[in-house]
Ligand binder design. Structure first.
Ligand SMILES: [Zn+2]
Length: 256
């Protein structure tokens, strides 16, 4: 009896979340008004390096994301002066629930629900109510050679980016953050999960280029610049990336 009740309640919550996510998604990918995105920095490893990096962040530090999305949108024919406005929110001091590694589909659903619950409880109020919230988790590169995979809750308007707290990585941090932001709008990855290499043609910035390799830029959802058949490099800035036609379609920029 109680078990059935528990399952019933869980299904009810899932259905409510699904309906509200669907309605919010229709709004954010309708591109009728400027999409408001708030970025919230978090010191993920409690380090001094992360603390310093976060303290040095200024609204101008993240401005290239708004500029980039404006340029890319106009390249795809979206007639909007400012499709996305990215702003820097206050620092959050509570860590989000850790992502399950591998795990079952049920683990993923549980994490997605607890992530939404955490976001609802710990996101500070901002002057403009954001359509999308992106949490930037920083780690000291001196003690972390790698960071966890970033995750955007597809169509959930919530994303997490795991980043390195060093000025030399700032450009690639913006690339990762923009990639995760696009996930929250429905964009899918365009690389092979087994080796991280961009998929041809949709994961290539210039699929028609001859010779095909090396490429000069990365398709943002492929995340890397293909240099030869076995190697691809992480872009050092948004200037080294573009939004390809498949990603543009997924986020509602091109409806042909
Ligand atoms: Zn991704």
């Amino acid at each position: 009896m109680y078990k059935r009740l528990r399952i019933g309640i869980l299904l009810f919550i899932l259905l409510t979340v699904a309906i509200s996510a669907w309605r919010a998604n229709a709004k954010v990918t309708g591109w009728k008004s400027t999409l408001q995105v708030a970025l919230f920095p978090i010191n993920a490893d409690g380090s001094t390096a992360s603390q310093r990096y976060i303290e040095a962040l200024q609204p101008e530090s993240i401005e290239p994301i708004s500029k980039y999305l404006g340029e890319q949108a106009s390249a795809h024919g979206l007639q909007m002066l400012y499709p996305v406005r990215v702003s820097l929110g206050p620092v959050i001091r509570t860590l989000p629930p850790p992502q399950p590694r591998g795990g079952s589909a049920l683990d993923a659903i549980r994490w997605s629900l607890s992530m939404r619950w955490w976001a609802w409880r710990h996101t500070p109020a901002t002057a403009i109510h954001p359509d999308v919230r992106l949490y930037l988790l920083y780690y000291d590169p001196a003690t972390h050679t790698s960071v966890p995979d970033s995750a955007g809750l597809a169509k959930g308007q919530i994303g997490i980016a795991h980043l390195f707290a060093t000025r030399t990585m700032h450009g690639s941090n913006l690339v990762v953050s923009t990639h995760e932001l696009l996930h929250t709008l429905g964009a899918t990855d365009k690389y092979e999960p087994r080796n991280g290499l961009p998929r041809f043609p949709e994961g290539y910035a210039e699929p028609a280029r001859t010779p095909r390799l090396p490429q000069l830029q990365a398709e943002i959802m492929a995340g890397r610049i293909p240099r030869d058949e076995e190697h691809a490099e992480i872009p050092v800035s948004l200037d080294e990336t573009l939004i390809g036609p498949v990603t543009a379609r997924e986020i509602g920029w091109a409806r042909q």
